[in-house]
Write a protein that binds this ligand. Structure first.
Ligand SMILES: Cc1cc2nc3c(=O)[nH]c(=O)nc-3n(C[C@H](O)[C@H](O)[C@H](O)COP(=O)(O)O)c2cc1C
Length: 193
């Protein structure tokens, strides 16, 4: 069985990052044949009016410039298409996801590529995959009313067709990092490879 993992980290901290430590631990547990790495510490460009214009131009009508503008998005979509499992390290920033992760989402959520509109409503096209999301928060409990990270990530992954989402949480780490890490690592050990 192919076991290709797309490993995304969104923490800008490359040292002492809780989500990076957890996503690396998840990768060890999954023992993937192939790992595609997308470290968002390397900034992706935010979408702008030119990008939106290119995206909304039908494939056949796109100019060379428009194709070039969409090339990075195409590359990110190809990474997603190849993956059986997507592992995302997602720090909570201001009760939501980081800007870097939102930029990645803006670049991969494309009608006709990762979802499509049907008469019955939008339909995700990235089916048959699972996602494992490592979330860290300083003080916010995961799934609190004001946690706009966990529900959003599950929703947007489901929107593009990835409905099998496992959350590994190290929340409220300010209250006891060691204990939270130990508990998250126990959850990781229980993950099927
Ligand atoms: C700019 C910034 C905003 C943050 N906002 C929140 C927040 O809204 N709620 C919360 O519980 N923790 C918040 N934190 C704490 C982080 O979620 C926590 O430090 C987490 O471990 C970050 O992930 P990382 O260790 O992988 O970088 C914030 C941290 C930073 C740097």
């Amino acid at each position: 069985m192919t076991n290709t993992v797309l490993h995304i980290d969104a923490s800008p901290r490359t040292e002492q990052s809780v989500t990076r430590e957890l996503s690396a631990e998840i990768l060890r547990q999954l023992n993937a044949d192939t790992v595609i790495r997308r470290d968002l510490v390397e900034p992706l460009p935010a979408i702008d009016a030119t990008w939106i214009g290119a995206n909304f131009t039908p494939d056949a009508d796109r100019s060379d410039d428009q194709k070039a503008i969409l090339a990075l998005s195409d590359e990110l979509l190809a990474e997603l298409e190849q993956a059986d499992t997507i592992v995302i390290g997602a720090p909570m920033y201001n009760f939501s996801i980081s800007t870097s992760l939102k930029t990645w989402i803006d670049l991969i959520a494309r009608a006709g590529r990762s979802f499509r509109y049907t008469e019955a409503g939008p339909e995700g096209l990235m089916t048959g995959k699972r996602a494992i999301v490592a979330i860290a928060t300083g003080g916010t409990p995961i799934e609190a009313d004001y946690d706009y990270l966990t529900g959003y990530l599950k929703f947007i992954l489901g929107f593009i067709g990835i409905t099998d989402v496992t959350v590994i949480g190290a929340d409220q780490v300010m209250a006891g990092l060691e204990e939270k890490m130990a508990s998250a690592k126990t959850q990781i050990e229980a993950l099927a490879a």
